[in-house]
Design a protein around this ligand. Structure first.
Ligand code: 5GP
Ligand code: MN
Length: 333
């Protein structure tokens, strides 16, 4: 049997809202990743095939590794205008969707707001939310929605939805890779998604500045008491002409060092803030740590942005991560 919408009663209401809308606007989270873009663009193609006029809005541009997605060139930082439905995808709280989204939420006349998300830290900000952390990707939820609604899945939608499933499972290597997500992607391949190309484009290929930045960041790595951390300095990125998103993946790499339970990449921002990318191994859940720092995420992949400069952020967060690892070890006994 193909994966379904888990019999969730919300799903029928959600489908009705999508079926009756004529001009929906779809938002995904800031600094978009393959799942946010794959889910939003996948839903865009599905709804377009139903004759709807669909807008896709992201606060930040599409990163280079995801420009291959069909429809990527149509994504803009667009406000709610004459739309009759808002859909928020893959972001666990309302602050993740940028200024246009916040402005729309403050407007008493705004259209109905749906959310589709697989983050267990989701705050329930929508008028009607379908939130289920059993799904490996929000794109997998959009696929389940299409199946439940009986919508045909064209090649463009298949490529976008498969990309979301591929990137959020790191090409089926994470511990939330379920049989259902494999079956989903198998079906999307049958609908025209070229799996090997998607893995190479979205995860493997990198730019020259990105590759060189890895070297700079890894040179700062420290490992103590089961915690690894490394720094992406704004000055290094400027020297190499690298973007903010370059060097991402290093926390995932450091998590694989033997003995490491939690890996954190600190990304220095230009405005005195520091963004954290946190990864862990299954014995340690980092979602609560991220939540307590004002962010959110999954058990093994989470993040937050701290209103403090790089050195201060390291001094604040590393001890908390060490405590978390020590606590997990005690609990294991
Ligand atoms: P990444 O390290 O790839 O930026 O993010 C890993 C995970 O944490 C993703 O699921 C992402 O949505 C979540 N995440 C990262 N930063 C934030 C944040 O500031 N707020 C929330 N709520 N989630 C975040
Ligand atoms: Mn996701």
């Amino acid at each position: 049997m193909l994966p379904t919408a888990n019999g969730n009663p919300q799903i029928g209401h959600l489908i009705r809202r999508l079926e009756t809308a004529e001009r929906p606007i779809l938002f995904g989270h800031e600094r978009p990743d393959g799942d946010a873009l794959g889910a939003a663009l996948g839903l865009m193609w599905l709804l377009r095939a139903r004759g709807k006029k669909v807008t896709v809005s992201f606060a930040d541009p599409v990163p280079g590794n995801l420009r291959f997605l069909p429809g990527a060139d149509e994504v803009g930082n667009l406000p709610v205008d004459s739309h009759d439905l808002i859909v928020a995808l893959d972001g666990s709280d309302e602050r993740r969707y940028g200024a246009h989204f916040s402005r729309a939420l403050d407007d008493a006349q705004r259209p109905f707001l749906l959310a589709i998300d697989h983050h267990k830290t989701n705050t329930g900000f929508a008028d009607l939310g379908w939130v289920d952390s059993e799904y490996a990707a929000t794109a997998q939820m959009v696929y389940a929605l299409a199946k439940e609604a009986g919508w045909p899945i064209g090649e463009e939608a298949a490529i976008c939805l498969a990309t979301g499933c591929v990137t959020d499972t790191n090409a089926f290597a994470t511990n939330h890779t379920t049989p259902e997500v494999l079956v989903t992607v198998a079906d999307l391949m049958r609908h025209g998604a070229p799996l090997a190309d998607i893995i190479r484009e979205s995860l493997a290929l990198r730019s020259v500045p990105d590759a060189l930045l890895w070297g700079r960041i890894l040179a700062t790595a420290q490992i103590e008491e089961g915690v690894a951390w490394a720094l992406s300095r704004a000055a290094d990125r400027a020297t190499l002409n690298a973007t903010d998103g370059d060097g991402s993946g290093i926390a995932g790499f450091l998590r694989n060092v033997r003995g490491v339970q939690v890996a954190i990449q600190f990304v220095e921002q230009r405005d005195g803030q520091t963004r954290l990318s946190i990864r862990s191994n299954p014995s340690t859940d980092v979602s609560e740590l991220a939540l307590s720092l004002g962010g959110g995420g999954h058990a093994q992949a989470a993040g937050a942005t701290l209103d403090m400069p790089l050195d201060e952020a390291v001094a604040h967060v590393v001890p908390l991560a060490k405590q978390l690892v020590t606590g997990a070890r005690v609990a294991d006994r």
